[in-house]
Structures are given as structure tokens and as C-alpha cells.
Design a protein around this ligand. Structure first.
Ligand SMILES: O=C(O)c1ccccc1N[C@@H]1O[C@H](COP(=O)(O)O)[C@@H](O)[C@H]1O
Length: 213
């Protein structure tokens, strides 16, 4: 089975659905402007029954040290996802500060955006290749937008990576086929409205991703 990350979880029933369906990563969103945002205490409660072998990932956008430390004091995350404009040096700092592996999200819209995959591959533990958000977007991710997956075809990566951006149960197998991704990450595609996850959509997505890998 390929690796699936279900991001932006806010309810225990959806955590359970994701775990039972075989998700390897669960994403908890700490970006205040997101409709998927949770507090550290809420994330801690959601993580309480997550079994070993399933990683709890904290999603942050340009976090300062205090936010990272305060969140980790309550929620024992396994990994940090950085989804803002963090420079490579900040990725290294966050790794050192938290002692946790870091997933760095890279927005892709055109071939020029691909150079960053190499630069961040030198410092991050895992890469997350997402669609670049539109200029006027409120959210730097989680917009349900895909990019031209053919840009990644045959691309050598320095680190393990997840494909994200506009993935759904309907398109994930094709996305995996075109990019060679060994893992995928989804938020909007398993929701009925922004921030409203759906257990059936989570199960359908994981089954479809499994069929594609
Ligand atoms: O989901 C959010 O609200 C979000 C907010 C800020 C940064 C990143 C966010 N989500 C990440 O974006 C990918 C792609 O989302 P989608 O499937 O296209 O909706 C998602 O998997 C999250 O990792």
C-alpha cells in the first residue's frame, strides 16, 4: 500500500475512519486562518488513540518558536509540516528546535518551481509537492487545486515525498501513475464543505490511492 496522509482532521470519527482505512499520516492543522484549524488541546485529544505506526503531523504556516513549543507542550506530534514561506535555514532550525522530522511543502505551478525541490530536499526529511496557491488565496494550501502532474514525471527527489493538491478518489490513481508518487496527501478531496471531513470519502480516497500504487 502507498502512504496516505489525511490532513485537517478535527473529529475523532474521521481519525478512526482514516486509521482503519490504512492512512499512515494524520494531519492536524494549526494555521489560525484555516477552516481546519484545531487547538493543541483538541489535537492532543484526537491523537490519544492513534496507534503506533501512524504518524501525527502538525501543519504550521511560518510558525514562530513560541507557537511550536506551546503546541508541542500539549500535543505529542511525530512530525512537523511547514506550509509557508520558510527558507531552508528555517527548516533546519525547526528540526533542531522541535527534535522532530520536518515535511516541507513546495508549491508548484511551472517548471521554474521545481528547483526548490532540490534545495529543500537537502534539509527537510520529507517533501510535500502541492499546487502553488493563487496570488489572492487566503490559504497557502488546502485549496483543492491541482497542478500539471506531468511536471514531476521522472523527477529525481533527494527525499521521500508526498503528492498533494486537488486530489480526490476519482483522480488519485491517475495522479500517482503520472508522477510516480509513493505517497499522497489530501484535505478538500475528502470533505463535503471546507473543514467538513466525511468518513466515506476518506475510505474511498484511501482505497483509490491503494489501487494506484
Ligand atoms: O488544508 C488547509 O486548510 C491548509 C491550510 C494552510 C496550509 C496548508 C493546508 N493544507 C494542505 O494542503 C494540501 C492540499 O490540500 P487540498 O487537498 O488541495 O485541499 C493538504 O493536503 C494539506 O497538507
Amino acid at each position: 500500500m502507498g502512504q496516505v496522509k489525511i490532513c485537517g482532521l478535527r473529529q475523532a470519527a474521521h481519525v478512526e475512519a482514516a486509521v482503519h482505512a490504512g492512512a499512515r499520516f494524520l494531519g492536524f492543522n494549526f494555521f489560525p486562518r484555516s477552516p481546519r484549524c484545531v487547538t493543541a488541546a483538541q489535537a492532543a485529544a484526537l491523537m490519544a488513540d492513534v496507534p503506533p505506526g501512524v504518524a501525527s503531523v502538525g501543519l504550521f504556516v511560518d510558525p514562530d518558536d513560541a507557537l511550536l513549543q506551546e503546541t508541542l507542550a500539549l500535543a505529542p506530534l511525530d512530525m512537523i509540516q511547514l506550509h509557508g514561506h520558510e527558507a531552508p535555514a528555517r527548516v533546519s532550525e525547526v528540526k533542531q528546535l522541535t527534535g522532530l522530522p520536518v515535511i516541507k511543502a513546495i508549491g508548484v505551478a511551472a517548471p521554474d518551481d521545481l528547483d526548490a525541490l532540490w534545495d529543500y530536499g537537502l534539509v527537510a526529511d520529507m517533501l510535500l509537492v502541492d499546487a502553488k496557491p493563487p496570488r489572492d488565496a487566503v490559504l497557502p494550501g488546502g485549496n483543492g487545486l491541482a497542478f500539471d502532474w506531468r511536471l514531476l514525471s521522472g523527477r529525481k527527489m533527494l527525499k521521500p515525498w508526498l503528492l498533494a493538491g486537488g486530489l480526490t478518489a476519482q483522480n488519485v490513481a491517475e495522479a500517482i501513475r503520472l508522477t510516480g508518487a509513493q505517497g499522497v496527501d489530501v484535505s478538500s478531496g475528502v470533505e463535503t464543505a471546507p473543514g467538513q471531513k466525511d468518513s466515506d470519502l476518506i475510505r474511498d480516497f484511501i482505497a483509490a490511492a491503494d489501487g494506484g500504487t
